[in-house]
Design a protein around this ligand. Structure first.
Ligand SMILES: [Zn+2]
Length: 195
């Protein structure tokens, strides 16, 4: 089988690397018949030899630093977020576990409270005036004003329990992740110390 076209760049590479095999034979067959490709291959061979005989130079001291100083690295938002988050994390593994545990506890309480408030609100909507528990409505009103203070006009007109539930749930997830990372780091440290 003969090629009815000239050689492609990667086929020249194969020949320069001295490859042999099933595909190479038709390339060499083409070379025998095609002056253009033979001239090009000779030129490439001379070029490779030139590169191999170039003297090796050591860059000036600080060359990489000077180049990188001029390079403006684009930082994606998730990398920036992680960098910022890392600065806020406690430095030690033990501190991370403690912070994660504290946040998890607080978020669990907040989630439970929000879920409870949401359930109470539902029952007060459906049962209406039948449920006249003064203490409970005081608690609900307190929770509602607290959420209004926290979230402002965003939630006005919306039901108050659900946004609070979402915020608390998100905090629970985040703190759980933090606690997990802390535990992982602590486990890795313990493993290192054992060795
Ligand atoms: Zn050719």
């Amino acid at each position: 089988m003969t090629l009815n076209r000239h050689l492609l760049p990667d086929e020249f590479d194969l020949l320069l690397d001295g490859e042999s095999g099933f595909g190479v034979q038709q390339l060499t067959e083409h070379l025998k018949a095609c002056d253009d490709c033979r001239v090009e291959l000779d030129g490439l061979r001379a070029f490779v030899l030139d590169i191999e005989t170039l003297p090796e130079l050591t860059p000036m001291v600080g060359f990489a630093d000077r180049v990188m100083h001029e390079v403006h690295v684009f930082e994606p938002w998730h990398v920036a977020l992680r960098t910022t988050a890392t600065q806020w994390l406690p430095a030690t593994a033990g501190g991370r576990v403690a912070a994660g545990a504290a946040l998890t506890g607080a978020a669990t309480l907040a989630t439970g409270g929000a879920a409870w408030a949401w359930a109470q609100r539902e029952s007060s909507v459906f049962v209406g005036g039948v449920v006249a528990d003064q203490a409970r409505s005081t608690v609900i009103a307190g929770a509602a004003s607290a959420v209004d203070a926290l979230t402002g006009p965003m939630t006005s007109g919306l039901s108050f329990g659900l946004p609070l539930l979402a915020i608390a749930g998100g905090a629970l997830l985040a703190s759980g992740g933090l606690g997990y990372l802390g535990l992982k780091a602590a486990a890795a440290r313990a493993q290192r110390l054992q060795r």
